[in-house]
Design a binder for this molecule. Structure first.
Ligand SMILES: [Zn+2]
Ligand SMILES: [Zn+2]
Ligand SMILES: [Zn+2]
Length: 165
């Protein structure tokens, strides 16, 4: 049974031997760690998306959570990161099935108009361009990179099977 401690920043539960909190990116170790990009700078935290050690120069804090500059724009909601959004319900459905095929954990928002469109009941018309409510797909924070890769390959339209290992 692993032992848990409470992160002093976000109050999330973290295993006692963790060097950082995966939920907020704060360092939990007394050891000095170094930025992966700027080797002379002491790391101030870990990007919660890619888990890279970052320093003040290459990170931003948002909502008391650490992001590297590459992932500053990723929308996060609790332990989930938004990996896809579209106003096209067919794209959204396809993206979801690709992510599920890749064995990722998936949560969706605003897919309801899709599910109920065909049952004849209700009064929500099937809208392929509901700009106010794009369908959104979330994956756990630590599956974001994988999810992005899956969707990038799909959007390139030419999956590169050689790169699978
Ligand atoms: Zn934390
Ligand atoms: Zn990052
Ligand atoms: Zn840095």
């Amino acid at each position: 049974m692993p032992q848990f401690i409470t992160c002093s920043n976000c109050e999330g539960e973290v295993t006692a031997d963790s060097e950082f909190c995966p939920r907020c990116g704060y360092l939990l170790t007394d050891q000095t760690l170094w930025c992966e990009t700027h080797g002379n700078n002491e790391a101030g935290g870990v990007c919660i998306i890619c888990q890279k050690l970052v320093c003040e120069q290459c990170s931003e804090e948002s909502d008391r959570r650490v992001f590297c500059l590459d992932h500053l724009d990723v929308r996060v909601d609790g332990d989930w990161a938004e990996v896809f959004r579209s106003t096209d319900v067919h794209d959204a459905e396809l993206a979801r099935s690709l992510l599920l095929d890749a064995k990722l954990h998936v949560e969706v928002q605003n897919f309801s108009s899709i599910g109920y469109a065909w049952d004849g009941g209700g009064d929500s018309p099937l809208s392929r361009s509901n700009l106010n409510n794009p369908a959104k797909i979330f994956v756990p924070l630590d599956e974001y990179i994988k999810g992005k890769e899956v969707l990038d390959e799909w959007q390139k339209g030419q999956p590169d099977f050689d790169s699978l290992n």
